[in-house]
Design a protein around this ligand. Structure first.
Ligand code: 3PG
Length: 413
């Protein structure tokens, strides 16, 4: 039982439904053309299609980029892409809550979809507040009276207390959309009710995030083993007293990552049996891959991958896992000389029958590069929201759904 309402709980026929999606997509910074429509496609295929087929009048809210950033655009392109995906006309108005937008909402017919202007075109959108405060804003005060139901489908924005994420839940019956529901169900599987042994594999460059996730999953007995690669594994080796070499140490210091060492040492004291570190590494020696055991460090050459013996060890642990979470590549996955660790570990996950969850931009890109995308049980559409959830943080967008006002009879099943 999920602790919030879903689309199963409402009869949406002829009802006006405001749906907060996350259409925020990668764009070419010069041409402003969308280069990846994965998120649009996820919302289209599931929540929006279902609402349209059930005869709702659908009003779509989303952001794209942040005002002032190069990827900030209006949503006309997103509406066009959505129209092609749904093979049905999709209306778009370049207005958020003035007369033009309100008239367009009022004119919606059963099964029609309307995309409104980028919610971040309105500067109040990103101001912090409680659901009650966010409901007392122009966006909610103008649009909520026209709607019967609010659906939040934007799990990947759930770490933001933005007006469009939490304001409507204080005044309208509210439900999680199918993407939100799916993401939370999958997360629950690896955080609240993991099948054991549960293995977390972390790498990449965002060592501070990885450390916070490590603390949460170890302190709460979520993970049985934590396999590390990337920058975070280098910091763990340093915390164990290894000197990695002048260049690598300078790099870690310049990135201000050495201040993470005391926190890492605490974890090593308490969970040395669960934390699995590289036993060998691949150095980038003038572009060539040269492997050495970690006890042969320091080296003047930078570490670009985990070594073959480490890969063997990780593959062996993964083969016994009952649930797997992977976040971050284990080395410089884009470079064919240093992709061995990431590719082999990711292939092992893809080949196993175990339920797996993957997330993060570089992880998704690496899976795509190796042709493994369709062989991972679940790939999250989220970046920051997933990271915060894995750290055990409560996400305002989810809390707002859980505490949404009691349902008006008009829309409930
Ligand atoms: C994301 O891409 O992570 C979400 O769309 C949230 O975007 P934001 O970090 O600009 O709030």
């Amino acid at each position: 039982m999920v602790p919030f309402k879903t689309l199963n709980d409402f009869n949406v026929k002829n009802k006006t439904v405001i749906v907060r999606v996350d259409f925020n997509s990668e764009v070419d910074l010069l041409t402003k053309q969308i280069t990846s429509s994965v998120r649009i496609s996820a919302h289209a295929q599931f929540t929006l299609k279902e609402l349209m087929e059930k005869g709702a009048k659908v009003v779509v809210l989303s952001h794209q980029g942040r005002k002032g950033d190069l990827d900030y655009t209006d949503l006309s392109q997103h509406a066009n892409i959505l129209e092609k995906m749904l093979k049905r006309p999709v209306k778009y108005v370049d207005d958020l809550f003035s007369e033009k937008a309100k008239n367009a909402v009022k004119q919606l017919q059963t099964g029609e979809i309307l995309v409104l202007e980028n919610v971040r075109s309105w500067s109040e959108e990103t101001k912090s507040g409680t659901p009650a405060q966010q409901s007392n804003t122009d966006l909610v005060k103008n649009l909520a009276p026209l709607a019967d139901l609010f659906v939040n489908d934007a799990f990947s924005v759930a770490h933001r207390d933005n007006v469009s994420m939490i304001g409507f839940t204080a005044v309208l019956p509210s439900a999680a959309g199918r993407i939100m529901e799916r993401e939370l169900t999958q997360l629950n599987k690896v955080l609240e009710n993991p099948q054991h042994p549960c293995i977390y594999i972390m790498g990449g460059a965002k060592a501070d995030d990885s450390l916070e996730i490590s603390k949460y999953i170890l302190n709460n007995n979520v993970a049985d083993s934590l396999l590390l690669g990337g920058i975070i594994s280098q910091l763990f080796l340093v915390a164990k007293g290894l000197n990695l070499g002048e260049g690598t140490m300078e790099f870690l210091e310049k990135k201000e990552l050495l201040n993470l060492i005391p926190g890492i040492q605490n974890l090593l004291i308490n969970y040395s049996d669960k934390i699995i570190l590289p036993v060998d590494v691949a150095l980038n020696v003038d572009g060539k891959r040269v492997e050495i055991p970690v006890n042969h460090l320091p080296s003047e050459y930078p570490i670009f991958d985990i070594g073959t013996k480490t890969v063997e060890k990780y593959v062996n642990i993964i083969s016994k896992a009952q649930s797997i979470v992977v976040s971050g590549p284990l080395g410089v996955y884009e470079n064919s000389n240093f992709c061995y660790g990431t590719k082999t570990v990711f292939e092992t996950i893809a080949n196993s029958k175990t339920s797996s969850l993957a997330g993060g931009g570089n992880t998704i890109a690496a899976l795509d590069q190796y042709g493994l995308t369709n062989r991972i049980s679940y790939i999250s559409t989220a970046g920051g929201a997933l990271v915060e959830a894995l750290m055990g943080k409560k996400l305002p967008g989810v809390v707002a759904l859980e505490t949404a006002i009691a349902t008006k009879n008009s829309a409930q099943n």
